[in-house]
Ligand binder design. Structure first.
Ligand code: 4AD
Length: 503
């Protein structure tokens, strides 16, 4: 009888059976008569144990010296082993090497960011990147599910656009048969016209911004989902936003608990992501930033960073002393090497935080009403809360032309940003749209845009204009927040950033 092919994630259904797994060698070690192959197959990791006594010497040697990331098909008997990675093991009865890999460039030793980005095609196989990719998949699936199940119609908006949607500073110009056009910064303006046909719509696709800032939260190509709803007001939009974000987080908790554990994500924090979120106006946020409470929070944070730094330095010194003392087993040396990478990365981050904390505290204390919230301001506000925070009613002068002027205070607009906790800042930007022809015309004029380019958009305010609004959520910032990943570039398979395009 042919041996049943299965996957590592399905091993639980095959205990006691002989099965075959197709995958790649993630890691291996040997101890005389045994070789322990850690196989990965895209669904998980499994330890496969090869006993010398069961194999011809040549075969045993081939498996023993097999290089990291060689591809192979392993046959063996499955057994439950809670102490083993993934909880199951295979006692190997046969193994066929498909492609032998030698000198795989990514090893457990420390590699710089540049090196890993150049080797992104291989780095995607690392456990961390793999787990982030699985979470991203669930986030995208949950996004579609939420809107499809709540009466929204998907509208595919164009990538080539003749005008700016989100300000002219971040436009990517493309030569379109001799005409300058731009890569889409948003699908919103098109969605607004579709909302007048379907009521509730959304678009979801790649979005392009020529961001000239090299930060850990900006990409030049990212994925954004944008819902747009006719007959909705600001409280209605906030409610939609908090229900949507909570649903996405709960789906990840349900489907990716193992991946979240691998990533060291803050699971209790995620479990707490339920409506209602915190609500404050921009004016209240500005007051909070300048308050004694914020100053005290920043001072305490600085102290906790310093204490953690001392702790890490001691841990590093202990490991280095152990290594120097000699006689450390190979598996322990590998474990130590991995631990040192993690500790040194955290140390580097802490040093940056210790350096930046006083600067950010000063910026916050000197915050002036009227300017947009900066990245560090958003971080402070979000870190002072354990749930996401909606900041509403920003100054009109700091925001896009299409946002509705608040008729009870014309200095502000009916908009909101959603700030994610744990310091990743804004994950959603949205607003009620200006639905009055004259107000909108005035704003287009103030921005210095040519009204001719927006004539179709203005038409929507002539023919059956209704209160409407929507928002955009950035997939990569959301994935970074959920996974606890520090840099947005790790949250998209092939990142595009300002400074360099790798592969
Ligand atoms: O706040 P933004 O610019 O909003 C819009 O584009 C609106 N037209 C959306 C709408 O109302 N339909 O962007 C929305 C979100 C941000 O909150 C952020 O998550 C993400 O898009 N985003 C970026 N993500 C990565 N890199 C960048 N450069 C980003 N710019 C925005």
């Amino acid at each position: 009888m042919a041996v049943q092919k299965t996957t590592i994630s399905e091993l639980k259904d095959h205990v006691g059976e002989e099965v075959s797994l197709q995958g790649w060698l993630y890691n291996s070690r040997s101890s005389g008569k045994l070789v322990f192959l850690i196989l990965r197959d895209g669904t998980g990791l499994c330890q496969c144990i090869v006993e010398k006594a069961e194999f011809a010497e040549e075969k045993f040697d081939e498996l023993k010296r097999l290089g990291q990331e060689s591809s192979l098909v392993v046959t063996g008997t499955c057994r439950e082993e809670p102490r083993s990675v993934g909880g199951y093991e295979l006692s190997v009865t046969g193994a066929e090497v498909v492609c032998e890999a030698t000198d795989y460039p990514i090893t457990p030793k420390e590699h710089g960011v540049d090196f890993l980005l150049k080797h992104r095609h291989l780095h995607l196989r690392s456990q961390r990147q793999w787990a982030i990719g699985k979470v991203r998949h669930t986030v995208i699936d949950a996004i579609r599910r939420f809107f499809n199940d709540n009466g929204f119609t998907l509208i595919d908006t164009p990538i080539f656009a003749p005008t700016a949607g989100e300000g002219e500073q971040t436009l990517f110009e493309v030569d379109y048969f001799g005409q300058p056009v731009y890569l889409a910064q948003t699908g919103q303006l098109y969605l607004e016209s579709a909302a007048m046909s379907y009521g509730k719509v959304y678009c979801f696709g790649p979005t392009f911004r020529a961001e000239k800032s090299k930060t850990r939260r900006h990409l030049t190509e990212f994925w954004m989902v944008e819902p747009e709803v006719a007959y909705i007001d600001l409280p209605g939009l906030l409610e939609l936003g908090e229900n949507f974000v909570s649903f996405v987080v709960q789906q990840v908790l349900e489907k990716n608990r193992g991946e979240l554990e691998t990533l060291g994500a803050d699971i209790p924090h995620l479990e707490n992501i339920k409506p209602p979120f915190v609500r404050m106006t921009y004016t209240e946020a500005a007051e909070l930033l300048k308050s004694d409470k914020a100053a005290k929070f920043m001072a305490e944070q600085l102290e906790s960073f310093k204490a953690r730094k001392t702790e890490i330095e001691k841990h590093i010194a202990d490991i280095e002393a152990e290594e120097k003392s000699g006689g450390v087993k190979k598996w322990k040396r590998e474990k130590n090497a991995r631990m040192l990478i993690e500790l040194r990365t955290e140390l580097e981050e802490l040093e940056k935080k210790i350096e930046n904390n006083p600067k950010h505290a000063k910026l916050a204390a000197e915050f002036n009403w009227g300017k947009d919230l900066g990245g560090s301001d958003e971080t402070i506000i979000s870190q002072m809360h354990d749930r996401p925070v909606f900041v509403t009613h920003y100054p009109r002068s700091a925001k896009a032309f299409y946002m509705k002027t608040d008729r009870s205070n014309t200095d502000v607009v009916e908009n909101f940003d959603l700030l994610a906790p744990e310091g990743f800042g804004e994950i959603i930007g949205g607003s009620v749209r200006e639905d009055d022809y004259d107000y909108l015309m005035k704003r287009i004029d103030e921005e210095g845009y040519d009204p001719e380019n927006y004539s179709w958009y203005l038409d929507l305010r002539k023919y059956g204009s209704v209160p409407h609004g929507g928002f955009g959520l950035g997939v990569e910032r959301t994935v970074a927040w959920i996974t606890g990943e520090k840099h947005i570039r790790q949250c998209i398979p092939f990142p595009r950033m300002m400074d360099k395009m790798y592969i």
